[in-house]
Design a protein around this ligand. Structure first.
Ligand SMILES: Nc1ncnc2c1ncn2[C@@H]1O[C@H](COP(=O)(O)OP(=O)(O)OP(=O)(O)O)[C@@H](O)[C@H]1O
Ligand SMILES: [Zn+2]
Ligand SMILES: [Zn+2]
Length: 810
């Protein structure tokens, strides 16, 4: 008998391995690894989705026939995971202490996720005594289990009936991943033939005459949609069918792709001629592509040095070698500008995956990749799992970005996935950034990566002139803690010259909360240890974690003073304040509020690009990727807020952010200027960002990391314990920490338990234990054991999560 090993859709440790199922006769030719199947689970009434990871023959036929449950059906006719991706999912699950099923689901478009529907089946109607249950079924023997339709008071009755087996619950799997088919047609005869046929028609056959006229004019055409013919000429599908029977045209069904809105592509854009530095970098990459041995490059290039052009040349080379390419960009820089640059170069071979797509569109793009139609994939983090065959090149732009790590289960990092896939395909990896992560830069130091340097800007040979403005001084002069006089003067000069300005309000670690100026009272969320945030548009206080809201207080509840006011400034207020200072200026604002609607980022940027506004003010979302030639001034309103975060990466983040946003100035022919407002003018991260001196920052920060035993010198694993009862969370954390101390290497350090940065969230208490280590052969064994124990704690209601190389330690 044939056996399928299946990972079923239950994310628990017991199910985190393949389960064997028999394959029934009629499915033996169908079921292959990588396919989704319906598999019975538990007592058998429950049908689950599962992924077949392997198929084997079992020799003990009689024995297994009785014991094994059988696969009930298939959800696909072709595998959705190829052998590479099956293996990848299993490895990544293991490395990140995640469940295989979660990994597989993350790797695929949402469409492939199982949607279960429950229904109630009436087994023995005669035994139902409750009139309301009869009413519910109303002569049917199966009804959907729809919580909105079933009143609460009926639930206990239904439950009792279920226990008495009078009612059964059925699970159905809804398969959404079906492609849409459309019918298309093509003329089959010559124009003359059509005209002759028309002359032979009866006079009354006007519709057929019209059809023949149309066909005579389109006799050499390509396939066209039948629906278009029907709509435009008012033909019915019956008319089309008759025409086909007469041999006037032929029709066929093809898969329809929901084309995401594409931009006008005015032909293919020609590649630019690389400058010397670019060419040198490209040549090295090209060499690796041709050799087809895995190599990883770190392309460290100052802002505006033309990294993207190097990527595009490399992609072209990969395609020429018959290979495919994946290019990752942070979601936020997946702007029309970027997409246009890639699509403009490689046209229909490009598939774009971003969060703006509907599930259907994403599924269609995925299929274009899966079928090999699209050989260049551009997308955010999860595009690293694109099912390309023959992968030759992986590019990760802005490789230092946090968003490449998924901060939720499964917690994979796109860079580590890229590394594994490059091994598998012997592909080339290019990590690019003006401000590489310390981890990557250190690997280049050690020779694990090859460092490629772009030190010059492409167009304007110099980096923008930057200056630090000490806000303590400025505050003394004009009493404004947001706009220094110098910055306002500089903006005014741009207005006169019709040049543009970009202003960034650093919202990282920056709360916009209420504070009583007399007693210091700050309104806190009732469920979380967090200050409530002021929302000027709704005039309410809101908690950003749990969503609790309150009206704005006008009197301090503690001391009854009326001097309770917002503290800190939101982008909205910053914009208003600026408009007051510069009434003649046209200002655009880009933040979470103005970009909520789909397509609004595009709209804002297009408008700014057309110079319909003088100033673009926004949060860190404006710091990356923008390439506008007329921007000659960049202002950082508050450089230091992110320095205060209780996180060992605070300096690195601040340096990266300021360097990135400063890089938006003077990218074309006009010289750029950068003004950095700060209350910490002496801080090394700010000083070095001003000079855009990444290398010196790297040296200095590495010394500190070494001293404090942080990454990249030490790896870390963070274990979180969450429970509504604080004691329970503490207890689990303490016992785990104690246990760990005896099960890891001597030089591995265990910190905690300690309350997390924010101890209480949504009325639950968060505690954590941190492991820091260099080499520890025992650790993997210990972590596996810990995952086992986690199940035990989970049974007591303590949620435990394990995060390898966490983004925030605080
Ligand atoms: N060889 C070249 N010749 C002419 N123009 C070029 C060349 N290479 C790049 N450019 C142009 O220079 C500008 C900056 O290049 P690009 O955006 O690729 O830089 P980058 O290093 O990716 O920038 P950042 O990291 O700051 O976003 C772009 O407008 C690009 O079209
Ligand atoms: Zn007060
Ligand atoms: Zn809250």
């Amino acid at each position: 008998m044939l056996i399928a090993n299946v990972i079923v859709d239950v994310p628990t440790l017991q199910t985190n391995r393949p389960w064997a199922y028999g394959i029934p006769k009629q499915l033996q030719d169908v079921v292959t690894p990588g396919m989704r199947v319906q598999a019975p689970f538990g007592n058998g009434s429950r049908l689950l989705q599962g992924f077949v990871v392997s198929v084997e023959t079992d020799n003990f036929t009689e024995f297994s026939d009785k014991k094994l449950k059988l696969i009930q059906g298939v959800l696909d006719l072709e595998p959705v995971l190829n052998p590479e991706l099956i293996q990848l999912g299993q490895v990544m699950a293991k490395q990140n202490f995640a469940f295989q099923i979660s990994m597989f689901q993350t790797m695929l478009p949402n469409f492939f996720r199982a949607r279960y529907e429950k229904s109630l089946v009436l087994m023995e109607p005669s035994k139902v005594m409750d009139e309301r249950v009869h009413q519910l079924f109303a002569d049917r023997d199966e009804v959907a289990f729809n919580r909105e339709e079933i009143p609460d008071e009926l639930l206990s009755v239904l439950k009792r009936y279920q226990q008495q087996k009078i009612i059964k619950i059925h699970y159905h799997i809804k398969n959404q991943a079906k492609s849409k088919l459309v019918r298309q047609f093509k003329a089959q005869q010559t124009a003359e033939n059509y005209l002759r046929l028309r002359s032979e028609l009866k006079l009354s056959a006007t519709k057929q005459a019209r059809m023949l006229t149309y066909l005579s004019e389109h006799s050499n055409d390509e396939w066209r949609l039948v629906s278009a013919l029907e709509k435009e000429f008012n033909f019915s599908s019956q008319d089309v069918k008759k025409a086909e029977e007469k041999g006037w045209l032929q029709t066929e069904y093809v898969e329809a792709y929901r084309q995401p809105e594409t931009m006008n592509l005015s032909g293919y854009a020609q590649p630019l001629t690389l400058n010397f530095e670019q060419f040198e970098a490209y040549q090295t990459i090209q060499q690796a592509l041709i050799e087809q041995k895995k190599r990883t490059f770190l392309l460290e290039g100052v802002t505006g040095s033309g990294k993207t052009e190097v990527y595009l040349h490399s992609i072209a080379q990969a395609l020429e070698l018959g290979k495919s390419a994946i290019m990752l960009v942070p979601e936020i820089t997946l702007t029309p500008q970027m997409v246009q640059r890639v699509k403009g170069r490689f046209g229909a071979q490009v598939a774009v995956l971003h969060s703006g797509l509907s599930d259907g569109e994403r599924y269609d793009e995925w299929r274009r990749i899966n079928q090999g139609t699209a050989r260049v994939v551009v997308g955010a983090r999860s595009a690293i799992f694109a099912p390309v065959e023959n992968l030759g090149l992986i590019i990760i732009d802005e490789e230092h970005e946090n968003s490449y790590k998924q901060d939720d289960n499964p917690r994979y990092h796109a860079r580590e996935v890229a590394d594994w896939r490059a091994d598998f395909h012997q592909a080339t990896v290019v990590l690019g950034s003006a401000t590489p992560s310390l981890e990557s830069r250190a690997r280049a130091q050690k020779g694990i990566y090859t460092l490629l340097h772009l030190q010059q800007r492409v167009k304007n040979n110099s980096l923008p002139r930057a200056e630090i403005i000490d806000m303590t001084e400025s505050l003394k002069v004009n009493g404004d803690d947001l706009y220094s006089k110098k910055l306002i003067e500089a903006i005014k000069a741009r207005l006169v010259r019709h040049e543009q300005t970009v202003l960034m309000l650093n919202r990282r670690g920056y709360a916009n909360f209420m504070m009583c100026r007399d007693c210091g009272y700050v309104p806190m969320c009732p469920n979380c240890d967090l200050a409530m945030t002021v929302h000027a548009d709704t005039h309410r206080l809101e908690c950003h974690v749990c969503g609790a809201t309150q009206s704005l207080p006008y009197v301090c509840p503690q001391c009854h003073s009326k001097r309770i006011r917002p503290f800190g400034t939101g982008t909205q207020k910053a914009e208003m304040q600026l408009q007051k200072l510069l009434p003649q200026a046209k200002i655009l604002r880009m933040d979470n509020d103005t970009t909520r609607r789909k397509g609004s980022v595009e709209k804002l940027l297009t408008s700014f690009g057309r110079q319909e506004a003088d100033i673009l003010i926004g949060t860190q979302m404006i710091a990356k990727g923008l390439d506008f030639p007329n921007v000659t001034l960049v202002g950082v309103l508050n450089a230091d807020t992110s320095l205060r975060l209780p996180d060992f990466r605070a300096s690195e983040r601040t340096f990266q952010l300021i360097t990135q946003v400063a890089g938006r100035a003077g990218r074309a022919d006009k010289a750029g200027e950068v003004l950095i407002q700060t209350f910490n003018p002496q801080h090394y991260a700010i000083q070095l960002a001003k000079d855009q001196d990444y290398e010196r920052f790297y040296q200095q920060e590495m010394r500190l990391r070494h001293q404090w035993r942080y990454a990249p010198y030490y790896y870390s694993i963070q274990i979180k314990f969450v429970h509504a009862d604080e004691m329970q969370a503490v207890q689990a954390a303490m016992q785990t920490a104690e246990w760990l101390k005896n099960h890891v290497a001597d030089n591995t350090m265990i910190f905690g338990p300690a309350p997390s940065g924010v101890k209480r969230l949504k009325n639950k208490y968060h505690y954590q234990v941190l492991i820091r280590y260099q080499h520890d052969a025992q650790l993997e064994q210990a972590m596996t054991q810990l995952m086992d124990d986690a199940q035990k704690w989970q049974a007591k209601g303590v949620q435990i999560s394990i995060d390898r190389d966490p983004l925030n330690i605080g």
